[in-house]
Each structure stands twice: as C-alpha cells, then as structure tokens.
Design a protein. Structure first.
Length: 244
C-alpha cells in the first residue's frame, strides 16, 4: 500500500526512529530493560523529527508507543536488577550479623580474662581460642578480605584496637568493611551489641555515638584522656574516618 503524498506531492514515509523505538521498547521485556534506554531516546528523537518534517514523516503514534513501552520496560528492568541484588545480599545478612555477634562475645570473654581490657586486634581472639574458626572473620559479601597485620588471618571487619576500659558501651569499636553493602554497614559497639547503620548517619556528626563514627571518635578520645599518644590518635582518626 502506497503512502499518501504530502502537501507538496512528496510521498510520505514512516519514521524509522519511531519504528525502532517501539521495537527496542518491547524488547526491553526479554532483555530486562537493556534496550529500553536507547528505545526511549530514539522515540523522543523520532517524535521531534516527525513534528519538524512538515508532514513528510508519519509514525507519531509509533513514537509515542515506543516512548511509553521503553519507559515501562526500563522501570521493570531497574526493579528486576534491584531485586536480584537484594536477593544476593539477603542470605548473607544473617551471617554478617552472627559473625559480629561472635566477635562481640569473644571480646567479652577476653575482657573477663584481661581485667576488662580490650584485645589489641582480632587475630588475638583466634590465637588464644576466643574465636574457634577464622571463618568468623569473613563476611560472605567480601570477595577480597584484607589480612589482619603481617601474616594474620584475612578479615572482613575493621576493629578499633585496644581502647580504655572506661570506653562507653555506645561507642562503635568494629564494623563491616566499607563498600560491602549498599547504603550502610554493620557495626559492633563496645557493649558488644550489633546493629545496621545507614551510611549517611555514619558519615555525619549528630550527637549519637551509636550511629556516627565521628561521635564515637569523640567519646573514645574522652575515655583516653591524657593517655592518648599522637600515634594512637592517628590510628583512631583512620578507623573513625575523621578527616582534617
């Protein structure tokens, strides 16, 4: 079937951009949104070219349908990928919490045998039998755990090191390595409780040591008092991510 002529007698044709946009938009379903973004841009470009063609291009409906299909399948794709990521992380969360709880229990037992003192590092807990397996130091989400000191076991958790006996229970003393989980970290407190803390709260000071690295740093400094060396202060600043 021949296309109707435009006002100047030129044969009108359907916009290729509009057609391709619709194809890509619909293809976003089997390809889980991967074709949706180009489909969206081509649909917009096709619609503009049709409006500027002075009737020489057809396919406005196709372009609109392509834009709509691309937007819907893009939303579907984003939701699907977020679901997959969450599904991969969710089975790991109980292990992460359990690991920090075991580390907390080991610290409590160590302190009972050390007149209340905190261990200098986590490998001591393994060496002295307070932790029964090096696997406790490994988070399932961590693909590249770092060693604890020269020749030490690999570990997915950062630990502050020995702090004063008077350190408040609300101070953060360990946490899962930065970047393991999206949006936050698991933290271990001096009272050996475990919690999930949002990344934005951890970064900022708001007067609550339980949810702020900076505020935890301040209460630990106060516990050290005049006994804090410059070297130890630098270590604390690094652990609590205090800049300047």
């Amino acid at each position: 079937m021949a296309m109707p002529p435009a006002e100047d007698g030129e044969i009108r044709k359907t916009s290729a951009l509009a057609s391709i946009s619709l194809i890509l938009g619909v293809s976003g379903i089997p390809f889980v949104g991967l074709t949706s973004i180009p489909g969206l841009f081509l649909g917009i470009a096709g619609l503009r070219s049709i409006r500027r063609s002075n009737g020489r291009l057809l396919g406005k409906g196709l372009a609109i349908a392509g834009i709509a299909a691309s937007a819907v399948t893009l939303a579907f794709g984003v939701t699907f990928h977020l679901y997959l990521r969450l599904a991969r992380e969710t089975p790991q969360l109980p292990v992460s919490i359990a690991n920090l709880e075991k580390i907390g229990t080991a610290i409590i037992d160590y302190r009972k045998d050390s007149y209340g003192g905190y261990p200098p590092d986590l490998k001591v807990l393994l060496k002295k039998g307070y932790l029964n397996s090096p696997k406790v130091l490994l988070d399932p989400a961590d693909k590249t755990p770092a060693p604890v000191g020269p020749g030490g076991p690999r570990c997915s958790y950062e630990y502050v090191g020995a702090v004063p006996v008077s350190t408040p229970g609300e101070a953060i003393i360990a946490y899962s390595r930065r970047g393991l989980y999206q949006g936050g970290r698991f933290v271990l407190y001096a009272d050996c409780a475990v919690a999930w803390v949002n990344a934005d709260k951890l970064r900022n000071s708001h007067g609550n040591p339980r949810t702020s690295l900076r505020d935890s740093y301040e209460v630990v400094l106060k516990a050290f008092g005049d006994n804090l060396t410059e070297e130890r202060k630098a270590e604390l600043r690094k652990f609590y991510e205090v800049e300047g």
